[in-house]
Design a protein around this ligand. Structure first.
Ligand SMILES: C[S@@+](CC[C@H](N)C(=O)[O-])C[C@H]1O[C@@H](n2cnc3c(N)ncnc32)[C@H](O)[C@@H]1O
Length: 290
């Protein structure tokens, strides 16, 4: 019998696969979008010559190649949309209000660490790095913008630092002219001075072991990532952010994201350009920090 063009996914198979994907990376598919999982994973069944999603589920649970296969799934299921200077009002808040406050407060350390969590192909990391580079008063500080993503493909692109037209849809010509070198066919390469303070790593935001390796940071940008998670995964990731931030460190979420029903641990700071979250100063109570 010949193999059908497209293999159908039963509702039981959907739930098993949905939960497996969710446990791995936090991305949650509601019942009404089961067709997305079915459509996107069909190519894996073809690739692996499997006859049903049940077989695929068993492969993902028990095969010695399960780890690599989960990584393949992530490449098919994540939304990687991003561009330079996305959500400009928030970046204005960062450069005009948050940075000056941090620079004053950290004048003794002369060190700033910024984390772009779920950085996709790197546009957010390089945007933040350009904004840091604009500040002459910290030109001799120890600066680092670290971007992580679960997708190896996206990180490869980020490290390459070469971008096409769609990445530039919101950038001002000033930044494009100053920090990019034109290549052929409408592509541009990010300058070395920006690249030097940027770094990237493959890291799953739900992987506690790997996250332990990450040091404390002053600001976390996690924009347009948590929208794909359900409440439990959001809570877990936000707890990690709380741990990883220095006291009075800032958390910047995407415009449609908030910590409502997730946690009350952060304080809301009303800036001129935006509202942002900040980790309150932790006080020691009889040896217990909180
Ligand atoms: C829509 S992009 C957001 C990019 C950028 N932050 C922005 O706002 O332009 C979401 C990114 O989150 C990543 N992502 C999803 N789940 C993740 C996880 N569990 N750990 C790390 N990154 C994840 C995806 O691979 C994707 O590149």
């Amino acid at each position: 019998m010949s193999r059908p063009e497209k293999i159908a996914m039963s509702s039981d198979e959907f739930r098993l696969l949905r939960d497996l994907v969710y446990d791995y990376c936090g991305i949650f598919f509601h019942d009404d979008v089961s067709y997305i999982l079915e459509r996107r994973l069909n190519s894996r069944l073809r690739e692996l010559s499997l006859e049903s999603f049940g077989e695929y589920y068993r492969f993902l649970r028990f095969s010695s190649e399960r780890r690599q296969e989960l990584e393949e799934i992530v490449e098919l299921l994540t939304t990687n949309e991003t561009y330079f200077f996305r959500e400009k009002y928030q970046l204005d808040a960062f450069s005009d209000e948050i940075l000056p406050e941090l620079i004053e407060r950290k004048a003794y350390d002369r060190k700033l660490r910024i984390w772009s969590a779920g950085c996709s192909s790197g546009e957010e990391v390089y945007t933040i790095a350009m904004l840091l580079k604009e500040r002459r008063d910290i030109s001799d500080w120890d600066l680092e913008v670290f971007g992580n993503d679960i997708s190896r493909k996206m990180l490869q692109s980020a490290r390459k630092g070469v971008f096409g037209r769609s990445s530039f849809r919101a950038i001002e010509p000033y930044f494009k002219d100053k920090y990019f070198e034109p290549l052929e066919d409408g592509f541009y390469r990010i300058s070395d001075e920006v690249r030097r303070i940027a770094s990237f790593g493959q890291l799953n935001l739900l992987d506690d072991e790997m996250l332990q390796l990450l040091g404390k940071v002053d600001v976390i940008f996690c924009r347009n990532v948590l929208i794909y998670f359900n409440a439990d995964a959001r809570r877990k990731v936000v707890e990690t952010f709380f741990d990883k931030l220095h006291d009075l460190g800032y958390l910047l979420l995407g415009h449609s994201e908030s910590l409502i029903n997730i946690t009350t641990d952060f304080e809301l700071v009303y800036l001129v350009n935006d509202m942002v979250y900040r980790k309150p100063r932790q006080v020691e109570l009889r040896g217990v920090t909180r």
